[in-house]
Write a protein that binds this ligand. Structure first.
Ligand SMILES: *Cc1c(COP(=O)(O)O)cnc(C)c1O
Length: 409
């Protein structure tokens, strides 16, 4: 372990390695039949994504289609209430389609275009990634197929309809627990049988190489902007960064551009669900759960002693995933990021607080990060700064909250 810590604290941070590993995590564990598709994608990522033309087009689309840069907003009343650090919100909720997911959707579809792919497939849980994917596919006029667990199709009717309006075909997945992990399995099987014309647009920083690195690259616009905005507004770097962790894309997007700034503390907040003892949670890193291979990479997973993947639980669908991006597993091992969890109950309280005190309705996913801010901000000095990633807006969640309140809307 001490070797790991020394290795990962090397400055500059230079992970993953050429095989897609972050220390012992990550890599590429896929069926032989998927290897040609993975090889082609890796090659295209290396060949195109770092060119000035690609970068220019990406920046253009982020600006004119997604509406970037997103503001760094000083939450004055909330900071005063907590009576500690100054809290700044990175407003990813103001992006087109209401969350950070549009960033990696725009990046990946651009790569699909460079590769000449005509058909886009994606998985989705709550439907947010499905909507972002259907959105960018509509814009480029590409065929779009979204795999979604049957259970989620029933629970998320509005997002299913949004995707259909955008021209996507939504295919309910009836295997396994009929939720997100089964949708990913089915999407990967589709990819195997349509390698020639199909691009798999993945919704977070999981999956085999190059997805974790690729989506990190597309999401790190969040941290690059936040770093500069913080310097412009306050004249210094933040003391702490806070973000929620589902697969980990909004968190790594904020963290990565600060990774060599050793004075900046980072907190990744997982879903504690109904409590760790209840087994109904999605906390893998903060409870030091088992490690294993899931969806093409080695990482922390939720599994029983026989290695079967268990169902996770969270009040927020976007954090309800039994795996986590391999880079977060690595950043935990080397103690660069501290992983903690917030319970459903704590997230709901934070959801209500931010809504009332700042006039911003946050996503329930984001509310987990906000809940952790309420724990650390009061212990910090008034001249210290926290940046929290406001990963998405909460309009999609008002039915869930109304339900909990016993209100019919
Ligand atoms: C999907 C989603 C998340 C979780 O995904 P990450 O890859 O961990 O960022 C968090 N917040 C919002 C608003 C989401 O839609």
């Amino acid at each position: 372990m001490s070797d790991i810590k020394t290795a990962a604290k090397q400055v500059p941070y230079d992970f993953p390695d050429k095989t897609g590993h972050f220390g012992p995590f990550g890599g590429c564990f896929v069926a032989e039949t998927l290897m040609p598709a993975i090889k082609e994608l890796n090659h295209a990522f290396e060949q195109y994504a770092h060119t000035p033309e690609f970068q220019q087009e990406f920046d253009h689309d982020l600006a004119y289609f997604a509406g970037r840069p997103s503001p760094l907003y000083y939450a004055r009343r909330w900071s005063e209430q907590l009576n500690g650090a100054r809290i700044y919100l990175k407003r990813e909720d103001l992006n087109h389609t209401g969350a950070h997911k549009i960033n990696h959707a725009i990046g990946q579809i651009l790569l699909a275009k460079y590769m000449g792919k005509k058909r886009i497939i994606a998985e989705t849980g709550a439907g947010q990634h499905g909507v972002a994917t259907a959105t960018v596919a509509a814009r480029l006029g590409l065929e779009c197929v979204i795999y979604m667990g049957e259970k989620d199709v029933e629970r998320q009717a509005a997002n299913v309809y949004r995707m259909k309006l955008l021209g996507a075909e939504v295919i309910p997945v009836t295997t396994g627990a009929r939720t997100l992990k089964d949708a990913i399995n089915t999407a990967m099987r589709d990819w195997v049988s349509h390698v020639d014309d199909t691009f798999y647009l993945l919704g977070t920083v999981v999956g085999p190489k190059p997805y974790p690195e690729m989506n990190r690259m597309f999401q790190s616009v969040i941290g690059r902007e936040a770093r500069q905005q913080c310097l412009d507004l306050t004249g210094k770097l933040p003391d702490a960064l806070v973000a929620c962790i589902g697969g980990g894309s909004n968190a790594i997007g904020l963290f990565y551009p600060f990774i060599n700034d050793t004075g900046v503390k980072m907190y990744g907040v997982e879903a504690g669900g109904k409590g760790i003892e209840s087994g109904q949670h999605a906390s893998l890193l903060s409870v030091d759960g088992p490690q294993g291979v899931l969806h093409g990479n080695r990482t922390y997973i939720m599994s029983d002693t026989a290695g079967n993947i268990l169902d996770s639980h969270s009040v927020s669908a976007g954090l309800d995933y039994p795996g986590v991006g391999p880079e977060h597993a690595w950043l935990k091992s080397c103690e660069r990021v501290e992983y903690v969890y917030a319970l459903d109950e704590e997230a709901l309280t934070a959801f209500r607080t931010l809504t009332r005190i700042e006039g911003i309705i946050p996503a329930l996913e984001t509310s987990h990060a906000l809940a952790h801010v309420t724990k650390i901000a009061p212990k910090m000095h008034k001249d210290q700064i926290i940046i929290v990633n406001l990963s998405g807006r909460g309009d999609k969640d008002i039915h869930t909250v109304a339900n909990i309140d016993g209100v019919k809307i």
